[in-house]
Design a binder for this molecule. Sequence first.
Ligand SMILES: Cc1cc2nc3c(=O)[nH]c(=O)nc-3n(C[C@H](O)[C@H](O)[C@H](O)COP(=O)(O)OP(=O)(O)OC[C@H]3O[C@@H](n4cnc5c(N)ncnc54)[C@H](O)[C@@H]3O)c2cc1C
Length: 136
Amino acid sequence: MEKSVLIAGAGLGGLATALRLSGKGYKVHIVEKNSQPGGRVNQIKKDGFTFDTGPSFFSMSYEFKQFAAECNIELPFSYYSLDPLYTVNFRGNPKTYFLYKDIKKLAEQFIEKEPDFEQKMHRYLDRFLRFHAPNN
Ligand SMILES: Cc1cc2nc3c(=O)[nH]c(=O)nc-3n(C[C@H](O)[C@H](O)[C@H](O)COP(=O)(O)OP(=O)(O)OC[C@H]3O[C@@H](n4cnc5c(N)ncnc54)[C@H](O)[C@@H]3O)c2cc1C
């Protein structure tokens, strides 16, 4: 007998789960409380302006590549690397902080606030990669 699944919410999580399960032969229904899918990945249009309500970049592209491979679909976009990823300004502080991928360059941004930033970052990333990176 065909198994049925009901997914509440058509955000990225619900949509990805639906694709994965339907690829495994499940009959999938999605219910969404809003008038359009996407969840936080959406836009608000007002007075001629368009505002993104959520993400502006993918920080874990390998997840999407793995997802596309598992679901046997082609992603409708290609990636390009942003460097710096983004910039941050704090009110009352004229300095612009650049979020670089290069940890040495990134650490230089914060040298006055956190001189051991680089070592801490490496420690954090080592721990993170041990648990989360693919093939680890
Ligand atoms: C301002 C902002 C910036 C972000 N920037 C980034 C970024 O740059 N890069 C990045 O990777 N991530 C970013 N994120 C995070 C990313 O948007 C979310 O992690 C992701 O979209 C969450 O997807 P989700 O499916 O888990 O949840 P949601 O997108 O919240 O989807 C949940 C869905 O379930 C629906 N729902 C809830 N309850 C019910 C119910 N009872 N019945 C039916 N439907 C229901 C909701 O309407 C919604 O459509 C950002 C988020 C925000 C808010």
